[in-house]
Design a protein around this ligand. Structure first.
Ligand SMILES: Cc1cc2nc3c(=O)[nH]c(=O)nc-3n(C[C@H](O)[C@H](O)[C@H](O)COP(=O)(O)O)c2cc1C
Length: 346
C-alpha cells in the first residue's frame, strides 16, 4: 500500500517496530492526556481562506534566527535514533538536508556530531541537556561548536524524566544500558538548573539561544528578559508533566507575551502541513515535529524521512496557496478561527 500521509507512517511504524522499543517513541507520561491533546488541538481551529489572490508562485521558504530554511517545519530533537534505524541521526540529517528542513539534534544522539556533520550541510541546531556533570556538558558544547551547529536549544522542561507508563509496563530502560550515547553517559539532567545558569551557558558558547519547553506567559516574559533569541512552546510531546496544555493551546499566550521581541516556535502533535499553517497563524514562526519523523525513520530510514518531509512540505505549499498566501510570512491571525462544536447554542 502507498503511504500518502504522515498518519500512514504512524500506523506502519507501530506495526513494524518491536513494541518493547516502540513504547519509548510513541508513549507519553501518566494517562497521556497531554499526548492526546497535542494532536486534538489542531482540529479545534479552522481556516479562513482568502480568495482571488494571485498565488501562481508560492514559496514555503523562510528563515529561522536568520538561517534560510526550505519550510517553516523543522525536525524536533528526538533521542536514540539508532534504536529504530541502523544509521539513526545520520539518516535523519541527510533526509532533512535534502528537504530543506532544519534539524535539531538531541543531546541523547546515538551518532556523533562529526558523523552528523559529515552527512550533509543542512541547517542544524543542537538541543542541550545540562547534565549533573557540568564538565561533561561543557565538553559537549565545545564539541558541538566545532561541528558547526548554528544555535543552541536548551531544553528546560526536564529537571526529572517524566513517568512513562508504557515503558514501565514493557520494561524499556531509558536509556538502554547497551546503547552508546556519546554525550550523555549516565543520563542525569541537572534539576538545579535556573535562569541564572543561562549566563553561564551564554558565556561558554556565543550562539543564539533558544529555550525549549516554555508553556506560560510568565516564563515567556522571563525568557525575553534573560535575552533568549527564541522561545519554543512545547510540552515535550506529552512525555513530561501530564495534564499541561497542548503545544498549540499554549502558543497564543506565549506569542502575546513575547510580542515580537524574539522568535516563537511550537511543537506537539504536528502530522499535517495544515497543522503547521495553524501554528503560524497563532504566532509561531515555525513548527517542529518529532514523532512524525520518527515513524518515517522507523518505516523506511533516510528514504522514509525524506518522503514524509516532502509530503509535509507539499501540504504546506498547497495549504498556503489555498489560503491565499504566497509565503509563510503572510499567514496571519485572521486566517484561522476557533471551531465551535456544531451543536453548540448560537
Ligand atoms: C522518542 C522521543 C524522544 C525525544 N527526545 C528528546 C530529547 O532528547 N530532547 C528534547 O528536547 N526533546 C525530546 N523529545 C521531545 C521532542 O523534541 C518534541 O518536543 C515533541 O516530541 C514534539 O511532539 P511530537 O512528537 O508530537 O511531534 C523527544 C520526543 C520523542 C517522541
Amino acid at each position: 500500500m502507498n503511504l500518502v500521509n504522515v498518519t500512514d507512517y504512524v500506523e506502519a511504524a507501530a506495526a513494524k517496530v518491536d513494541p518493547s522499543v516502540w513504547c519509548y517513541f510513541e508513549g507519553g507520561a501518566g494517562d497521556e492526556v497531554t499526548l492526546r491533546a497535542n494532536v486534538a488541538a489542531f482540529d479545534r481551529w479552522r481556516f479562513r481562506p482568502r480568495v482571488l489572490v494571485d498565488v501562481s508562485e508560492v514559496t514555503t521558504a523562510t528563515t529561522l534566527l536568520g538561517t534560510p530554511v526550505g519550510m517553516p517545519l523543522g525536525v524536533a530533537p528526538f533521542a536514540m535514533q539508532r534504536l529504530i534505524d541502523p544509521s539513526g541521526e545520520v539518516a535523519t540529517a541527510r533526509a532533512a538536508a535534502a528537504a530543506g528542513a532544519l534539524m535539531c539534534v538531541s543531546t541523547l544522539t546515538t551518532s556523533t556530531h562529526a558523523e552528523i556533520a559529515a552527512a550533509g550541510d543542512g541547517p542544524r541546531w543542537l538541543q542541550l541537556y545540562v547534565l549533573r556533570d557540568r564538565q561533561r556538558t561543557l565538553d559537549h558544547i565545545h564539541e558541538a561548536r566545532e561541528a558547526g551547529y548554528s544555535a543552541l536549544v536548551l531544553t528546560v522542561d526536564l529537571p526529572y524524566v517524566g513517568r512513562r507508563e508504557r515503558d514501565l509496563r514493557l520494561g524499556f530502560q531509558n536509556p538502554p544500558p547497551d546503547l552508546h550515547l556519546p554525550y550523555a553517559g549516565l543520563f542525569e539532567t541537572s534539576p538545579a538548573l535556573t535562569w541564572r545558569d543561562l549566563e553561564w551557558i551564554r558565556s561558554e558558547i556565543p550562539l543564539p539561544l533558544v529555550l525549549k519547553g516554555i508553556l506560560t506567559r510568565e516564563d515567556a516574559t522571563l525568557a525575553v528578559e534573560h535575552g533568549a533569541d527564541a522561545v519554543w512552546v512545547s510540552n515535550h510531546g506529552g512525555r513530561q508533566l501530564d495534564g499541561v496544555a497542548a503545544g498549540l493551546d499554549a502558543l497564543p499566550e506565549v506569542a502575546e507575551a513575547v510580542d515580537g521581541r524574539c522568535e516563537v516556535y511550537v511543537d506537539g502533535g504536528v502530522r499535517r502541513g495544515g497543522d503547521v499553517l495553524k501554528a503560524l497563524a497563532l504566532g509561531a514562526r515555525a513548527a517542529f515535529a518529532a514523532r512524525s519523523v520518527a515513524c518515517a525513520l522507523a518505516v523506511d530510514g533516510e528514504r522514509g524521512v525524506a518522503h514524509a518531509l516532502s509530503l509535509l512540505r507539499d501540504e504546506i505549499q498547497l495549504g498556503l496557496g489555498l489560503l491565499g498566501c504566497t509565503s509563510p510570512d503572510q499567514v496571519a491571525r485572521s486566517h484561522v478561527e476557533a471551531a465551535l462544536p456544531y451543536d453548540s447554542p448560537a
